[in-house]
Design a protein around this ligand. Structure first.
Ligand code: ASP
Length: 324
């Protein structure tokens, strides 16, 4: 346990609380370590990357086996609901925890700590907005067959819902409606790709957020990062995003995976958890915009637009949605 002297800004000098700084493992070792030798040991030790890889393999096997493993699939679905409920309970207590953390941060380090946090928020907002404008705008322009301005106009109401709810799952009905009605994607395809996207396609919390948060925490504790660590952050964050649920605050939980793989102190989360909701709003907006972009681009490229297929009207989707 060591105390670290941190230079956050020219005028700010803070002594961080005791923290454990781990040694940074080489990339090759991290890659070898994600292959589960004993999935039960991985579960017991909380080795999240191995658990994700194992879960993906089990999912692939379940899909290939089809009907004969249907009861097991239903069992997993029920277990998922139980986990969601547990997570909801934890999240309900979050405001109390956040209050405590914020009081600790300001009490220990004074109001000076708020400036770096402000910069952290601004950095993430700029990164997300650039990503939406350049990457998504570019994809739409070159591969989506739709004017970029028309796309953003169509998705804006859904973006507002995502921004205010901070939940990709909660926004799903609106994402579905906009994708089918505004972006003219066939309902049959949209109903498959959007729930999948809300679960695994998370650019906001699978790429941008863990990367900036890791760099922020490394700077906070004065830990230098090299190219190898940046590559590790990219790889781990992308993999960890597969396990991030589309509910408020889940990216913070998954940030622990990236931090521990790269060897950064988990205690750093205490500094950013308090302001997470503000960041979650733009993360979720980025996530669901990415889902709609992918749906439109693939539908355009594969001839799955509604007009091209002559499919029934989008009220079909309302019915299917209502049944679920
Ligand atoms: N709230 C995000 C979502 O629902 C996940 C996260 O970034 O925590 O997509």
């Amino acid at each position: 346990m060591v105390a670290h002297l941190i230079d956050l800004a020219p005028s700010t000098e803070l002594i961080a609380a005791d923290s454990t700084v781990r040694t940074v493992p080489p990339v090759s070792q991290v890659l070898l370590n994600i292959i589960p030798r004993n999935p039960f040991a991985a579960l017991a030790e909380g080795n999240v990357l191995q658990i994700i890889v194992f879960a993906v393999l089990v999912g692939l096997a379940l899909n290939q086996l089809g009907e004969q493993v249907a009861p097991l699939k239903r069992g997993f679905e029920a277990a998922r609901e139980v986990m969601f409920q547990l997570t909801r309970w934890v999240l309900e207590l979050t405001p109390i925890g956040v209050f405590g953390l914020m009081a600790w941060v300001v009490g220990s380090f004074g109001l000076d700590m708020l400036l770096p946090l402000g910069k952290f928020i601004v950095a993430i907002y700029i990164a997300c907005l650039l990503h939406m404008a350049l990457t998504y705008g570019g994809l739409m322009h070159f591969f989506g067959g739709m004017k970029v301005s028309r796309f953003f106009k169509a998705v804006f109401p859904t973006q507002l819902i995502a921004f205010s709810t901070s939940s990709s799952y909660g926004t799903l009905p609106s994402t579905l409606k906009t994708t089918t009605e505004g972006l003219k994607v066939s309902p049959r395809y949209a109903i498959f790709v959007l729930p999948l996207g809300a679960t695994i396609n998370m650019d906001g919390c699978g790429g941008i957020y863990p990367a900036i948060a890791s760099v922020f925490i490394a700077q906070l504790y004065g830990i230098p990062l090299g190219m190898e660590q940046y590559l590790l952050i990219m790889f781990t964050a992308t993999l960890a995003s597969l396990g991030t649920a589309g509910i408020p605050g889940s990216a913070v939980i998954m940030l622990t995976v990236t931090l521990s793989v790269v060897g950064l102190p988990l205690e750093g989360i205490a500094f950013i958890a308090a302001i997470d909701r503000i960041i979650d709003m733009i993360r979720t907006t980025t996530n669901i915009t990415g889902d709609m972009v992918v749906a439109r681009v693939v539908a355009y490229q594969e001839g799955l637009l509604e007009e091209e297929q002559g499919l029934p009207s989008t009220c079909e989707i309302d019915k299917t949605w209502a049944q679920n």
